[in-house]
Each structure stands twice: as C-alpha cells, then as structure tokens.
Unconditional design. Structure first.
Length: 362
C-alpha cells in the first residue's frame, strides 16, 4: 500500500518551515503567473493545496472586498485565517468531485500538488468543473528527473546524482510520477481547456541559494525513505546536504512546469462582462482625474504659477506610464497615447485657466 504523501511523517514545525521555504522559492513566480492569468478585484478564487496560506492571502488581497477566496487543503493545520474573514478555509480532498462547487470560481491555482496525489487526473477534473465559463486554471508542478550536479568535484557530483536517482525512485515506489510536471500541458488540454500557455523554469544555482537550502533540508528529513530505495547511502545523503549549503557547488534541483488555461472558448466572456469592466475602469479614471484636479488647485493656492501647478512634465510621465502599461497588456500603444494626451491637454488647459483666474483676483 502506497504512503499518501511524501512528507506525511514531518513534525509540525518541520513541515511549516518546509512550506515557508517553498513559498520563498516560488512565491514571486506564482504571483507573476496569477497576475498574467488576469487576477483582478471581484474574482472568486480557490487555492488548492493551500499549505501555509501565503498564496491564499495574496489572492484575498488582490480579489478585494468584492471577491472571495477558498483555501482548500486535506490538512489545513497551517492555515491561520480568522473565521468569517476574507479567506474560507476548507478541509477536503481535491480528488473528490465534491471538494469544490461546480462552476463557482473565476480562478483556481495549485502548486506542487498533483505530483503528490494518487489520482491527479481526478483532481484536475474537479478543478476544471469548478471553473466558471471563461475561468482560468493555473498549475505549477515539478519534474525531479531534471536534477543534476554541476560540481567540479567528481565525488560530490557522484553522491548528489545518486541522491537525485533515489528521489525519483522514492516517488515511483509510492506510486507517484517524479516527472509529473512534463505531462501537465497534455493533461490540462485533455480536460478541454483552451488558450493554454506554458512556461518551464530550470535554475542552475549554487549551494546556499533558497532552492538549494530547501532541497538540502528536504533530503535530510527524507533520509530514511531515500535509504530504503537502495540507491543512496548515508555518505551520499550527507554529501548532498553539504553541497546544498556550499556556495562553490552548482546544481539543478528540479524543473518547474507552469500552465495556464481557460474553461470554454477564448471569447467566453459576454458583452455585459466587458462593458462592466470598461465602466469600472472609467470610474477609476474619473476619480483619479478629479483627485488630480484637487491637487492642482491646492498647488495654485500656494501661489505657484499656472504652468508650474499644471505640471506638464508630470503629465508626460503619466502618458509614458500609460503607454508602458498598454505595451505590457498588448493594447494599441498609439491609441492609448492619443487618448491620454487629449484628456490631459484638456484638463491642463482648464486647470491653468482656473488658477490664473483665481490668482488674478476680483
């Protein structure tokens, strides 16, 4: 009978520390992936395999008061969210079709989860079913077969690579696939999701880096499991842990495969959805311009010249930022620049007129 989880025998403090190191290593990339996937205020989000809750907290902050976040984990003991707060903690097995409500979420994310599951395809099916039409699924999974020592020391290289083979064998003995990440794109498309984007990251890093430190600690805690494979001995495990802390020892530890895909056709969003987003942006723009007008008026009351108060140089900065945002979003830069220049020119002319009239006095 296979053990359900590689780290199931870790003490609470050990497992919490491991989850915190995992967040330190992958948190920035995960946040970037979620933003690229369209994370925005008002979304209903689910973090599956929520661990210590860092990404669930990030989702809650991004979704805002109008959104909601469900943090799901089979073992939620590290999810320290207040009851009734912005994050709902749910203890459930994502391999169950009832773990998440069908058609309830705009965005679902899981990181380094499926590689540990006995039925990853069922978990993927549950997450897909829980997406709304047009909802996005973001997944990150490892491929441990890509691990390799790049040490200049031949004995260190041999020991580290022996442990790498033992790690893969350990997963296979537990009925898991150590190269699961490589299959992620095909499995995702097999669920009928569209608009697939794929990324793979395989850092070559020195000992003492966050990923090396995390793997060194994990190997130390998994010592008996690795010994049981017969592919690594005590000396090899000790050499691996030492190399993971040695700034002169280089290695790859695993590749991370990331995918993002949407449920339904690329155009699943309706016209009312798009109009609502445009209205929301218009309201924000009006509020920002009104705030700018108040600040310019305040500048005028400080006896600044009309030209200085209106600050065309700062207006140019606004235009440049708008064009840069358009470029990043794939929007037409010339159109955005023309619209912003027209709006700012009109507001600037009005502001100058108001200031000159006020400073001229009765």
């Amino acid at each position: 009978m296979s053990d359900p989880y590689v780290f199931s025998h870790h003490r609470d403090d050990t497992e919490r520390r491991r989850l915190q190191m995992l967040e330190q290593v992958h948190g920035p990339a995960t946040r970037r992936l979620l933003r690229q996937a369209g994370l925005r205020p008002g979304m209903a989000c689910a973090e599956v395999g929520a661990g210590a809750g860092d990404i669930a907290a990030f989702l809650a902050e991004a979704a805002g008061p109008a959104g909601r976040v469900t943090a799901l984990d089979l073992d939620p003991r590290f999810l320290d969210f207040a009851k009734g707060g912005p994050v709902e903690v749910r203890q459930a097995d994502i391999q169950s079709s009832h773990a998440l409500e069908p058609g309830a979420f705009d965005l679902i994310h899981a990181r380094f989860l499926l590689v540990h599951l006995e039925r990853p395809q069922q978990a993927l099916r549950t997450m897909t079913a829980a997406l709304k039409p047009g909802g996005v699924l973001v997944l990150e999974e490892p491929d441990f077969r890509t691990a390799a020592s790049a040490s200049c020391n031949a004995s260190t290289r041999a020991a580290v690579d022996a442990v790498n083979r033992a790690i893969c064998a350990m997963y296979l003995r537990m009925g898991r696939d150590p190269g699961f990440g490589l299959h992620l794109p095909g499995l995702t498309m097999g669920e009928g999701l569209d608009g697939l984007t794929i990324d793979i990251d395989l850092p070559l890093t020195v000992g003492g880096s966050p990923i090396a430190t995390m793997m060194g600690a994990s190997v130390g805690h998994l010592r008996q499991r690795l010994l049981d494979t017969g592919l690594a001995d005590e000396a090899a495990i000790a050499a691996y842990v030492a190399a993971a802390e040695d700034p002169g020892s280089w290695a790859t530890y695993y590749a991370t495969v990331s995918v993002s895909a949407r449920k339904g056709a690329a155009g699943a969003r309706t016209l009312p959805d798009v109009r609502a987003d445009i209205d929301a942006l218009d309201q924000r723009l009006v509020a920002l311009l009104a705030a700018r007008g108040r600040l310019v008026t305040e500048a005028g009351s400080l006896k600044a010249s009309a030209a200085e108060a209106a600050a065309p140089a700062r207006a140019e900065q606004v235009v440049a930022q708008a064009v840069e945002s358009a470029r990043a979003a794939g929007a037409p830069e010339r159109v955005v620049e023309a619209v912003y220049r027209t709006m700012i020119a009109e507001f600037t002319a009005f502001e100058r007129s108001a200031i000159e009239g006020r400073q001229a006095g009765p």
